[in-house]
Write a protein that binds this ligand. Structure first.
Ligand SMILES: [Fe+2]
Ligand SMILES: [Fe+2]
Length: 163
């Protein structure tokens, strides 16, 4: 089992990917909590992989990382023109994944999970469910300084450490 994942490295070096991250950063300049930056993307990737291991799920590591790294990449379009960011991210991700040598089948799996990442739904794909869960778990609400501005209901917040 190799630990090197060539195509996910392609993603983080991809021009389009970095351009999107820069635009999101500008929109979130004054945001004090829950930013959509590389740190968030890696947190989601690693938590998703932990869940995969704990549950013994049949998910490919590279595909799982790719989905996590790209799941919010279209967030700026939500700020810019109110396009829901699951839809925007899915569209941009498909383009980037093609440039990073993912196959059509792999792109479909990742794009589906990105479209599913905002809602808890029993009908979601296994990858979509894991990304949803890891995304929520990645937010350290218990030490957040912006609780009053947060639009998550209290039951959704991670007020205790979950493990
Ligand atoms: Fe998201
Ligand atoms: Fe996210």
């Amino acid at each position: 089992m190799g630990l090197e994942m060539g195509r996910t490295t392609n993603i983080i070096k991809n021009d389009e990917y970095n351009k999107c991250i820069k635009i999101i950063k500008a929109y979130e300049k004054n945001r004090k909590f829950c930013k959509h930056n590389k740190k968030h993307f890696f947190d989601v990737a690693r938590i998703a992989y932990i869940l995969k291991l704990e549950r013994n799920l049949d998910l490919n590591k590279e595909i799982l990382y790719a989905a996590a790294l790209l799941h919010d990449i279209g967030k700026f379009l939500q700020y810019e023109s109110k396009v829901p960011h699951d839809v925007a991210s899915a569209e941009i991700a498909a383009k980037i994944l093609e440039q990073c040598n993912f196959t059509e089948e792999e792109i479909n799996e990742i794009v589906t999970a990105i479209k599913e990442h905002r809602k808890k739904d029993d009908n979601s794909s296994s990858l979509g469910k894991i990304i949803y869960e890891a995304d929520k778990l990645s937010r350290n609400c218990f030490s957040c300084k912006a609780t009053l501005k947060c639009n998550w209901e209290d039951e959704k917040k991670n007020l205790k450490i979950k493990y």
